[in-house]
Write a protein that binds this ligand. Sequence first.
Ligand code: NAD
Ligand code: ZN
Length: 355
Amino acid sequence: MPAATDTNLSAVLYSVKNLRLEERPIPQPGPNEVQIEIQEVGICGSDVHYWQRGCIGDFVVKAPMVLGHEPSGIVSALGDGVKHLKIGDRVAIEPGVPCRMCDWCKEGKYNLCPDITFSATPPYHGTLTRYYVHAADFCHKLPDNVSFEEGALLEPLSVGLHACRRANITLGSHVLVCGAGPIGLVSMLCAKAMGASKVVVTDISDSRLKVARDMGADGTINVGGKEPKALAAEVIALLERAPNSSIECSGADASIQLGIYATKAGGTFVLVGMGAAEVKLPLINALVREVDVRGIFRYANCYPTALEMVATGRVNVKPLITHRYTLEDSLDAFETARTGAGGAIKVMIHCGRQA
Ligand code: NAD
Ligand code: ZN
């Protein structure tokens, strides 16, 4: 339980480029909820986007909103009815809580629930705060050998896992991952953990491609200035055959075109990156070669498996973290995430009081 003197310092986005630190009330858990003393929160590109632009598509920040949706922490109070957690448990918080009633929830596709409440997607507050209240069934208990930072990284890792599941990756797959940002890198890690025998990663940044190689990519291509069709031939040569599965994690038009040209006939191409709302694509090429083009939106039923992968050492997400800040230094953290200064990939904010 928080002490009577405790405060609830939070990083609140008021309007475009207006991020402030302020004290907010400490929230109390209702039935089937837990209060969590937040420890670590990773900054995601969408947090930076809300800060810089005030909106993502139809989601517009109209009232002050706490940022952050990649959290881990310690259970500090229990609401009525909570059975599977106790005070002091270390947890990763899955930030999207669906209605549990609609068709999509019942079908297990709860990421598509129209009534989902997702941390730091307006109008819902995020987790860059000392104390946060969340649905207990969307808090995943961490074993002792999984750190709070790794717990926070289960969020992007779940995106990568969902992408790999939708891409039908299996033992022996040859895979193309476009984009070596955090999402491309976790997709590459998941693909390898799920048995892919060869993964090639693209980017326009040599430093990011070096990180991809250091983290296990079998080959990398700097795509800068090259045509998608010529690049597809390069990908196929490097993989020694066309990829069964391709996962696009940059959102760039040219990269989506490459994904269609490169993917093996009968294979699967998954779109993760969110770029322009409308893109010109060689769809007939996909049609005549029966390349399935699929999108993903966040993830469903991925946290438990992502946690198992980390706990058993099948994936090592730690190298993603390049910068660490405290909650008090959130503005500096966001500036680093925005500029990518110092080779920033994943910027982590420590929200706990102790180091
Ligand atoms: P990021 O911006 O850190 O990474 C994108 C990478 O793509 C960068 O390294 C950039 O250099 C590279 N890139 C740019 N042009 C390229 C090109 N033509 N070919 C190859 N690489 C190119 O972003 P991130 O956090 O890794 O997220 C990646 C994308 O995934 C973003 O568009 C984000 O909005 C999206 N996303 C989607 C979901 C979802 O549910 N679908 C979830 C999370 C993130
Ligand atoms: Zn629902």
